[in-house]
Design a protein around this ligand. Structure first.
Ligand code: HEC
Ligand code: HEC
Ligand code: HEC
Ligand code: HEC
Length: 405
């Protein structure tokens, strides 16, 4: 065996940080060690030989520079060496379902795969895309801030954070977004008759309604700051009949049934009247309201107004930046992986990233880690992340000489 310097591929800026002890650097490449790190430990001669393989088998699609220009062909220049090698083995066994790549590598031996991986890894990565995908630029900003802005005109009647300060105006905190959206649509389509609310709501699009509902659902709940005329103690006894649907103390667990804890008492009475006279239609509530006289209704209103509301169970959606922080735990800062086995995402083509994230979700590309991650991503998240990573500045891999034994 020739005495050539052994090389170690490291990510440029992270070279000092990577614990060399965690890699089997003191094992000669041929003599055992972890097989998947061979491409990361390639010699300059391996890289030169890899270049010949690339010329013969890969360049017609990936170019000699590893920059994908055709649609669907990813950049592979500067990709982490052990990752490239492992993916080529996956293609070899049909594990990624791409017949083009499968056919290319089917009959290549391990040595050639290792060397061609080292060659493409050693190249200068692609430039980050300036524009990225057009779709996802600013649109996936923060739905909660967008909701707050859209709800600015509602604050005069419904209170700053949805806690009513004006008798007759319903509080909007503590309501499940599904109920709130349904209520707004009911005004819009005239199912729920209220000319003023109809006018106010018909200017709003679906996305705005969703954002507004989310905004109120995430506000700190509090009781309406309005007076109640009835007797809460008397109302408490009568409320037993309502608890099955509206929950104990008026905190409903069901999205279609509104929480009524802490609700403005005057609005409460008006709502019961609306069910009774049919201007608001709901069969159960019509019967319920019809069975109650004015005093009993007021007492119930006073009881529920005195109950503390609770925030509905709604998770704040993550922004692209917040998602990316989670991805970066495995893929490195700004998608610059420091582990030669994990793919870098920085400056990768946005359309390819999107395609791959869909493949993980559908299960056509298999990875336990990525299946778990991609399952919870919305279409918007996928588009936003693909654009985000396509724009990140990539860090090259450098092969450092190690003293050989
Ligand atoms: C006929 C065109 C073609 C040829 C030739 C070709 N590739 Fe590919 N390559 C593709 C396409 C298309 C994809 C994307 C497939 C997918 O989505 O899984 C791909 C994907 C890859 C990937 C996965 C990248 C990633 O980030 O996961 C690697 C690595 C790769 N090719 C390396 C090579 C190497 C090395 C060769 C030569 C041995 C080669 N390819 C030859 C078309 C080609
Ligand atoms: C001028 C005062 C006013 C403004 C401004 C206003 N609302 Fe209302 N809103 C009301 C009144 C009054 C009702 C009760 C109507 C009824 O009896 O059905 C109501 C009812 C509602 C309800 C039903 C609550 C429930 O518990 O079923 C929702 C939801 C709502 N408004 C949301 C909004 C949103 C969102 C905005 C801003 C885009 C807004 N409102 C602006 C006065 C207002
Ligand atoms: C069988 C289930 C059920 C029972 C029992 C029930 N409700 Fe309801 N209640 C509902 C549903 C569903 C709605 C929403 C209907 C709609 O969309 O207008 C509602 C709506 C209301 C509203 C309007 C809230 C708002 O934000 O606009 C009030 C007030 C109310 N109920 C009070 C009561 C009281 C008081 C009782 C007991 C005397 C009671 N309900 C019993 C299911 C029930
Ligand atoms: C727990 C670690 C982990 C986390 C967190 C993680 N990934 Fe991955 N990711 C991996 C691994 C491992 C692979 C390689 C899997 C394979 O071989 O297919 C991968 C592969 C990928 C690929 C394919 C790269 C290529 O070149 O083909 C993309 C794209 C990707 N991840 C995006 C993301 C995004 C976006 C997030 C955040 C939402 C994320 N990942 C979070 C571990 C992780």
């Amino acid at each position: 065996m020739k005495r050539s310097a052994q090389f170690l591929a490291l990510n440029l800026l992270m070279a000092g940080m990577l614990a060399v002890g965690s890699l089997p650097t003191n094992a000669a490449p041929a003599a055992g060690g972890s097989d998947d790190l061979r491409a990361a430990l390639a010699t300059p001669q391996d890289i030169t030989e890899g270049k010949r393989v690339a010329d013969a088998s890969c360049a017609r699609c990936h170019g000699m520079d590893g920059i994908g220009t055709a649609k669907g062909v990813p950049h592979i220049a500067g990709q982490r060496p052990a990752y490239i090698y492992l993916e080529l083995k996956v293609y070899q066994t049909g594990g990624r379902g791409d017949t083009q790549m499968g056919n290319v590598v089917k009959y290549m031996n391990d040595d050639a795969l290792m060397k061609v991986s080292a060659y493409y890894a050693s190249l200068e990565p692609a430039q980050p895309s300036a524009a990225g995908g057009a779709k996802a630029t600013a649109s996936k900003s923060d739905p909660v801030s967008a909701g707050k802005a859209a709800a600015a005109g509602c604050a005069g009647c419904h209170g700053e954070s949805g806690i009513s300060k004006m008798p007759g105006m319903p509080s909007l905190v503590g309501l499940d977004p599904k109920y709130l959206i349904a209520a707004l649509n009911a005004y819009k389509n005239g199912q729920r008759k209220h000319d003023m609310m109809k006018t106010l709501v018909s200017a709003l699009g679906e996305a705005e309604l969703n954002n507004i509902a989310l905004y109120y659902a995430l506000q700190k709940p509090g009781k309406a700051q309005t007076p109640a005329e009835g007797k809460a103690a008397a109302g408490k006894a009568a409320a037993a009949a309502c608890a099955g649907c509206h929950g104990d103390g008026g905190v409903s667990g069901k999205p279609a049934t509104p929480s009524i804890a802490g609700q403005d008492a005057q609005y409460f009475v008006a709502a019961m009247r609306a069910y009774k006279d049919g201007s608001r239609s709901d069969p159960t509530m019509k019967a319920t309201a019809a069975a109650l006289d004015e005093t009993a209704t007021r007492d119930l209103a006073a009881f529920y107004a005195s109950q503390p509301p609770q925030a509905p169970k709604v998770r704040k959606p993550l922004t692209t930046a917040e998602w990316a922080q989670r991805c970066d735990r495995c893929h490195g800062i700004n998608g610059n992986s420091t582990d030669p086995r994990s793919p870098a995402l920085a400056a990768q083509k946005a359309d390819y990233l999107e395609q791959v994230l869909h493949a993980y979700r559908k299960g056509t590309r298999k990875s336990p880690q990525m299946a778990a991650m991609s399952d919870v991503l919305s279409e918007e998240d996928v588009a936003g992340l693909a654009t985000y990573y396509a724009r990140q500045k990539p860090r090259a891999v450098v092969y450092l000489a190690l003293p050989c034994k």
